[in-house]
Design a protein. Sequence first.
Length: 296
Amino acid sequence: MDFVDRITDFFERHFSMFAMPEIRVVDVIEIIVVAVFFYYLLVWGSRTRAKALIKGILIIIGAVVVAAVFQMNTILWLAENLFNVGIVALVVVFQPELRNALEQLGRRKIISPLLQSGETVLRERTDRMIEEVVKACFDMGRVKTGALIVFEKETSLAEYIRTGIDLDSLVTRQLLINIFEKNTPLHDGAVIVRENRITAATCYLPLSENMLISKELGTRHRAALGVSEVSDAFTIVVSEETGKVSVTHEASLVRNVEEEDLRRMLKEFFATENKDTQSIFGRWIGRNKNVKETDE
């Protein structure tokens, strides 16, 4: 046997177990189905009382593994005999949650997202978020409740998020109004939105040092301009004195924005990547007062 044959024989004997098995289309489909099942199982568990239960089950499994390693026969016998009883107990205890999950499956609330592309789902979520924000801003403007909402884009706002209180919640009109309600613990400071979720509230932003800013603009407007000077964020300000809505982006301030125009600005800001929001700002700044002008 020559040298090449000896090398080939060595690899066949020692590495044959690592040979790639034949993968069929059915196997790929099976893996996807199982992965989706466990994904929705974990999502369901995180939204119900099952979250704590899963932790408890993992602890018990860990204890059984330890018992098996050290040959603790009594514990293994108990685990084996209690297993069937435990399954029945789980079905009884979580009967409402299981029924709700089956009802959702019957209504296709679980399956339908799989038929939509990720981009479509994201766009729908963004559109819903924009509607909630626009309605909240003008609701607060009508009762002169001050607000400061920052939307993160490419530039990370992590250093400002750390100054606030973590929330990690959906963006809804009611939540925004409650956050900025006067004399509440979270009303002071900015709300930062990242990936369609409120990441934190009461965040402190850098104040603009632009000497041309109108003296009548308050801290919220200066903070909105400040963060727009150091990032590509889009910021909405609701004035506590006038109830007017203003926006900032790329060191520019547009005041007295109407509801429909704010909706258009936000949609353009969240449009496909690399879209330049300056276009809509340019049109507005051409016929509105910008940061360098002092008249309201």
